[in-house]
Design a protein around this ligand. Structure first.
Ligand SMILES: NC(=O)c1ccc[n+]([C@@H]2O[C@H](COP(=O)([O-])OP(=O)(O)OC[C@H]3O[C@@H](n4cnc5c(N)ncnc54)[C@H](OP(=O)(O)O)[C@@H]3O)[C@@H](O)[C@H]2O)c1
Length: 315
């Protein structure tokens, strides 16, 4: 065991936001390990409430904390609820990071996101690019909060030698995603629209933006595996990217989803609607060199999610 490793055997691991897409995938992976997974169900604990979180931490004493709780959403949600994206994320993460420090948590993982890198980052985006240019305006509220979270982890490491790390996952999709069209990210929004267009025999499916922007997408199960890999083996002040290393145009993504649904209608790309930064592909050479690589191919992952939704009678 070297100084960079954290042995999770017989440890209590607290997953904050365990009911969310990432949190539930992390819990599912951790449950395969020899550790105790502990949670704060949303109905019982409001992570905005510092006193109740501190009380919970005193009685549960986790050895490690993985922060998957956050206010998360797509472009429209970011534009409509700037206070929630800035204030709620700042308060929630400050509460969790400070409470972890006070309760002597040995390892903490904080999650940033690829969308907090500068809008015109050179591609693929290396870890060093953070804060080197202007942010994408549509989600600057979320980005500023997340950057503050990464800095707070670094500050605790510098001032108190805490083993608090940050990871930057790319765009994720998977089970437990948010399919509400007002708040959702691109993949759940497209799945929902395509399903509805097929069901109502609508011969045109409308998609926001030109379809030419490029995005990277990773299945949340791959992300969960990466987070646990980093929990066990990564201990640096600087954040680390988590991604697949390849991207796709929105046009091609729509074609892939159309094919899975066997939807034969036309696609109307509405260029008057915002579509965000032109390309977003993470440089994942750092995590690859440490020995971790994403495994789930995009089309296979999408098929799995879409058939899971059908089985659950989600639609
Ligand atoms: N999804 C992505 O594509 C993506 C990409 C990169 C990074 N990430 C990061 O991964 C993390 C998790 O994202 P996600 O996609 O899993 O989001 P999610 O599905 O919305 O999960 C977030 C969880 O946090 C909970 N939460 C929010 N406010 C809370 C509060 N005040 N008290 C207690 N719980 C609260 C939510 O509960 P409610 O649902 O009840 O509000 C939800 O269970 C975030 O830090 C995000 O930045 C996500």
């Amino acid at each position: 065991m070297n100084e960079h490793t954290f042995d999770i055997n017989n440890k209590k691991i607290y997953v904050a936001g365990s009911e969310g897409m990432v949190g539930s995938a992390v819990c599912k992976e951790l449950e395969k390990e020899n550790c105790q997974v502990i949670k704060t169900p949303r109905s019982e604990t409001d992570l905005m409430d510092k006193q109740s979180l501190d009380r919970w931490m005193s009685s549960n004493n986790p050895d490690a904390v993985i922060i998957c709780a956050a206010k998360v959403g797509g472009i429209l949600a970011n534009q409509s609820y700037p206070v929630d994206f800035l204030y709620n994320n700042l308060i929630m993460q400050c509460n969790l990071i400070n409470s972890s420090f006070k309760h002597n948590v040995k390892k903490l993982v904080f999650l940033g996101s690829s969308c907090i890198y500068p809008k015109f980052s050179p591609q693929p985006i290396t870890e060093e690019t953070l804060m080197s240019g202007n942010l994408e305006r549509s989600n600057e509220w979320y980005a500023i909060a997340k950057i503050a979270g990464i800095k707070l982890c670094q500050a605790y490491r510098k001032q108190y030698n805490c083993d608090f790390i940050s990871a930057m996952p790319t765009n994720l999709y998977g089970p437990n995603d948010n399919f509400d069209l007002e708040n959702s990210h691109v993949i759940p929004a497209l799945i929902r629209k395509c399903h509805e267009a097929k069901k109502t025999n609508n011969d045109t499916l409308e998609v926001w933006g030109s379809g030419n922007v490029r995005r990277e997408f990773m299945h949340v199960d791959d992300c969960a595996k990466a987070i646990i890999f980093l929990l066990k083996s990564f201990s640096e002040s600087e954040h680390i990217n988590i991604g697949t290393g390849s991207d796709i145009t929105i046009k091609n993504l729509v074609e892939m989803i159309k094919k899975i649904f066997d939807y034969r209608g036309n696609i109307f790309f509405d260029s008057s609607k915002p579509e965000g930064t032109p390309q977003k592909l993470l440089d994942v050479s750092k995590i690859n060199k440490l020995g971790w690589r994403a495994k789930i191919n995009l089309e296979e992952g999408l098929r799995q999610v879409i058939s899971g939704l059908k089985e659950e009678n989600f639609y």
